[in-house]
Design a binder for this molecule. Structure first.
Ligand SMILES: Cc1cc2nc3c(=O)[nH]c(=O)nc-3n(C[C@H](O)[C@H](O)[C@H](O)COP(=O)(O)O)c2cc1C
Length: 502
């Protein structure tokens, strides 16, 4: 191709030069040809990019198409029911609820319900009356002196750094309006979180916001912030579904001077939080740390977040709680399908237990150890609709968190650019220009409406199942497609025989 390029290019240049000589036209074309030949020569002689070396000018189209592939996929190829991680239908549902406009669907379902993976709610022929009040759950065991009444749906952990300043402010203002909590994420509690909304302060392995000069936990700094009135709960982050066993990642492109100052790190460098905590080294240490944070925060609810890996470790944690007679007020279970600002692909695709089995396991294990009544289970993993809330409660959750659902309510279009600072909607970027597009008062309203309308839909489903409270919900209100096969077997065992002609 290289040879062809130069043969064709130089021939075209000679012809153009002759035309120009005789007819005095084609100067611009000649200039373009010369520029292309110079670029082509530079590309053909470089040693880094094979495609450009072999296709000195056409090679650029590959990079162009690769750059716009996600947009082409989303705008021209994607159908309503596909699109990953969230389908177009799922995203639209959040947008409509956030805008507080009609979110009903026309003409009927687009899903294939007649398959073994179908799941549906067993509605009652005597539906209950829909509760207009949004559900709340009290968090705080016997050692907690400042229990907190949490909404059934809240904003899951996402740091300032991962999200923009405007996104954090809009989330917190929405939380204030809707009376639900906003988890800070492991990046620390900042002034952008302090807009009047309730806060769950997350403490990750980097201890941002309560960090000593060597990067360890600083009890004094913790005490100062933990006792702020807006901090309602404190969550120790052990792991997160998208990258369990790997510390937090703040890419260099998003580590601005402002963020570096808040976190106490060097700006414009990639910040990798350690995979494990330095404040404790084993399970006994974890339980001691819970007791310590409870004391320093003057009895606020303390919990930990994890993605389930080795199930024996979780059982050992339960055993240790009983031995020390010290229990967290809540455990947040994150499914392996959870989101992130940035994670290594191997961790996102192949580490940790998915949401459904993890939630069932944690609930059953706490019941088996006889400590379920002492601990609230919070869960996260693609919860964006009333249906997903009801399903989570049926699987054992007391409270739900949503991260990407609230990102959609802020206008996120699933551009998949959270990691390189080019998020076009200003949600997951530190680029001031892009961030300006996210207008805080408008988006705070959307956050508020998404929360309210989603919980209202959960209330409607609850009533359709004939139930008056989420405490009455268990897995028996769901049916699965594979049950139909048994029903068919039961009622029509000789189905095939009966349609025979002879
Ligand atoms: C942009 C982004 C940043 C996140 N940052 C954190 C974090 O700082 N700490 C954490 O525990 N989880 C973090 N998560 C994970 C979420 O809190 C949540 O557990 C996970 O995305 C599953 O919820 P979802 O399916 O509703 O997104 C982040 C997720 C996203 C999308």
């Amino acid at each position: 191709m290289r040879q062809k390029f130069f043969v064709l290019g130089i021939s075209a240049l000679i012809i153009t030069a002759v035309i120009y000589y005789y007819f005095n036209i084609g100067l611009l074309f000649m200039a373009i040809l010369i520029a292309l030949l110079v670029v082509g020569f530079a590309n053909a002689s470089q040693h880094k990019h094979t495609i450009l070396r072999n296709f000195p000018v056409l090679g650029y189209f590959r990079y162009l198409f690769e750059m716009i592939a996600p947009e082409i996929q989303q705008y021209f190829i994607e159908r309503s029911t596909d699109g990953k991680p969230f389908s177009r239908n799922e995203r639209s549902l959040v947008y409509q609820r956030a805008k507080n406009i009609d979110s009903s669907t026309p003409f009927g379902t687009q899903l294939n319900l007649n398959q073994p993976h179908y799941e549906g709610i067993k509605h009652s022929i005597f539906p209950a009356i829909v509760n207009e009040e949004l559900p709340r759950v009290l968090i705080g065991g016997s050692d907690c002196t400042q229990p907190y009444s949490a909404s059934l749906l809240n904003i899951s952990a996402m740091s300032f750094g991962s999200l923009s300043e405007n996104a954090i402010v809009a989330l917190n203002k929405g939380a204030q309006q809707g009376k639900f909590y906003h988890n800070t994420g492991e990046g620390g509690l900042t002034q952008f979180h302090q807009q009047g909304g309730d806060i769950c302060w997350q403490i990750g392995t980097g201890y941002f916001g309560c960090r000593d000069d060597r990067g360890g936990f600083d009890g004094g700094r913790f005490t100062e912030k933990a006792n702020l009135p807006e901090v309602k709960m404190i969550e120790i982050k052990l792991s997160q579904g998208a990258k369990p066993g790997h510390g937090g990642v703040l890419p260099a492109a998003k580590n601005t001077v402002q963020i570096a100052k808040i976190r106490g790190v060097l700006p414009h460098t990639t910040i990798l939080s350690p995979p494990s905590h330095s404040a404790f080294q084993d399970i006994k240490g974890l339980i001691d740390f819970i007791a310590k944070l409870r004391e320093l925060s003057n009895g606020k609810p303390i919990g930990f977040k994890l993605c389930i890996g080795d199930t024996r470790e979780f059982e050992m944690i339960c055993q240790e709680m009983i031995t020390q007679n010290c229990f967290p007020d809540f455990i947040t279970v994150d499914g392996a399908e959870g989101g992130t600002g940035a994670a290594p692909l191997e961790f996102a695709d192949g580490v940790g237990m998915p949401f459904e089995p993890a939630l069932i396991f944690v609930n059953k294990t706490l019941v088996r150890f006889g400590i379920r009544d002492k601990i609230r289970i919070i869960c996260s993993g693609k919860i964006i609709s009333g249906y997903s809330i009801l399903r989570a409660v049926a699987l054992g959750a007391d409270i739900c968190n949503s991260a990407r659902g609230f990102m959609f309510s802020l206008g996120c279009i699933q551009a998949l650019r959270c990691h390189n600072n080019t998020c076009p909607t200003g949600v997951a970027t530190q680029d001031k220009m892009l961030m300006k597009g996210l207008v805080v008062p408008d988006k705070a309203e959307r956050v508020y409406h998404f929360h309210k309308n989603t919980l209202h839909s959960a209330n409607e489903l609850l009533a359709a199942a004939g139930k008056n409270s989420f405490a009455e919900v268990d897995i028996n209100i769901f049916m699965r497609g594979d049950e139909f096969a048994h029903l068919s077997d039961l009622y029509f065992p000789d189905n095939l025989k009966s349609v025979r002609k002879h």
